[in-house]
Design a protein around this ligand. Structure first.
Ligand code: C2O
Ligand code: CU
Ligand code: CU
Length: 477
């Protein structure tokens, strides 16, 4: 409760305090108890029809009033009016054609994060759909089976639009022997994390903090504050996405048992990795297996965020409530990940992520890549189709504040080659599309630019950095 109460405000009485209160409405916020709501699962979107090559979906982006905080109504902007949006379950090799209708009062553009998508369907930040308009996006689903997500991508609007709710999961699946051996069906559960701030009357309280990033005081999982999942004493697979605007987390179990990581942004790793904590920056995904059979019935296991303080130290809770049979396993070999070698790269490009303070009434920042803010008409990199390149991402830091940049490439996934001259972290093995660059870090990734020619993007996934304007145009030629 760091916000001023009305009484404190009146007693304080100084013009400065009152001015602040007028400029930024009272930042009182509702008290929300932890571990009361059951974990919701976003509904799976049903296609309106299908033919021999594709399934066809319709989504309406609209405002709605929903219950996020028990007993309160919150106005959101949601895909089909829900938050998170409905989950799209796609099959590898079978296209999904999604028609979005913009029923909101602002221009929007939908992007499939992690998809190998033709440029006209990729959701370039200036390809917006006007209020009342409609656009059809075609997804070929030719990439690796993975936990993808779709979200708004409008330039200077994506931070607010996602904060208001425009994000949903897109699970690209494939049947295989390995998938069948891992925990599946009801034991394969997506967890979409968002931190949010609310006003006292329960409305989403978006504050971009001078373009440093919109954070929150409440952790939502699948749209519910600090929920509880009742689990059986057996293995579960969790697909975890950090869908926060600007908050990185470090996940761990309160029991200090290790996490078994089986996948990252772009699907299964070559082999499982055992970790005590897993860092997850904005837009990154990780898939883990947790075996609850090691706990006696009645045990409560908190999924913690070791990067958070106070209530944000917790994410959600698992209550072990029943026994169950379990014939799932975690195979030693999970998938084929052909390692790319630096000798295969035909060229190296370096991208420096930094910002400079802007002048004006309110202090702000202009973020850029290689010193340049985004210009949709300027091509910043032009890799040739099917060539392999080495991209080096450098975080130059920002005076007085530590700043993390999750760097994301559209179209082409990559492998991390080095972090500050050393081997990559164990959790970032395998194929990724977003990589964390902490203050002062220097990370090399290797990318094969295959799929399509056309106009794509490289950007920071702190949404407020992205909006102002840490993005670069990448044309595959
Ligand atoms: Cu998650 Cu450019 O996107
Ligand atoms: Cu993306
Ligand atoms: Cu950034």
């Amino acid at each position: 409760m760091e916000a001023l109460t009305r009484r404190q405000l009146l007693m304080g009485g100084s013009a400065a305090v009152l001015h602040l209160a007028v400029a930024r409405p009272l930042r009182a916020h509702p008290a929300i108890p932890q571990f009361r709501c059951p974990l919701p699962l976003p509904p799976v979107l049903q296609p309106i029809r299908g033919d021999s090559v594709a399934d066809y979906y319709e989504v309406v982006q609209r405002e709605a009033s929903i219950e996020i905080i028990p007993g309160m109504r919150t106005r959101i902007w949601g895909y089909d009016g829900i938050f998170p949006g409905p989950t799209i379950e796609a099959r590898r090799g079978r296209a999904a054609v999604v028609t979005h209708t913009n029923g909101l009062g602002i221009p929007t553009v939908a992007h499939l994060h992690g998809g190998v998508t033709r440029p006209q369907s990729d959701g370039f930040p200036t390809d917006t759909v006007a209020p009342g308009g409609t656009r059809t996006y075609e997804y070929d689903n030719v990439g690796r089976p993975a936990t993808l997500w779709y979200h708004d991508h409008s330039w200077r609007g994506s931070g607010r639009n996602l904060y208001m709710g425009l994000a949903g999961l897109y699970l690209l699946k494939e049947d295989s022997e390995i998938e069948g051996r891992l925990p599946n069906g009801a034991y394969d559960i997506p967890l979409m994390l968002h931190d949010r701030a609310f006003t006292a009357d329960g409305q989403l309280d978006y504050d971009h903090d001078g373009h440093h990033g919109a954070t929150g005081r409440v952790m939502l999982v699948n749209g519910a504050p600090w929920p509880v999942l009742e689990v059986a004493a057996r293995k579960y697979r969790f697909r975890i996405l950090n869908a926060s605007n600007a908050t990185a987390v470090r996940l761990a179990l309160s029991t200090h048992h290790p996490l078994i990581q089986i996948g990252s942004d772009q699907g299964l790793l070559a082999a499982p990795v055992v970790l005590s904590t897993i860092g997850l920056a904005m837009a990154e995904r990780v898939e883990i297996v947790v075996d609850f059979s090691v706990y006696p019935l009645g045990t409560r296991v908190v999924l913690e965020n070791r990067r958070g303080d106070g209530p944000l130290r917790s994410v959600m809770r698992f209550d072990v409530v029943r026994s169950a049979r379990d014939d799932s396993s975690v195979p030693e070999h999970l998938s084929l990940v052909e390692p790319l070698d630096r000798s295969q790269a035909v060229r190296t490009r370096t991208f420096e992520f930094g910002g400079k303070p802007t002048l004006g009434v309110l202090p702000g920042v202009q973020w850029g890549i290689n010193g340049e803010p985004f210009d949709p008409t300027r091509v910043d990199a032009n890799p040739r189709l099917d060539e392999i390149e080495l991209w080096r991402f450098v975080n130059r830091g920002f005076v007085g504040r530590s700043m993390l940049h999750p760097v994301h490439t559209h179209l082409a996934p990559f492998q991390v080659l080095s972090r500050n001259g050393r081997a990559p972290l164990r959790q970032e093995r395998g194929w990724k599309d977003t990589v964390t660059i902490e203050d002062g870090e220097d990370v090399e990734v290797i990318i094969r630019w295959s799929g399509h020619k056309g106009r794509y993007l490289l950007h920071c996934h702190n949404l407020e950095h992205e909006d102002h304007s840490m993005m670069a145009r990448v044309d595959v030629v």
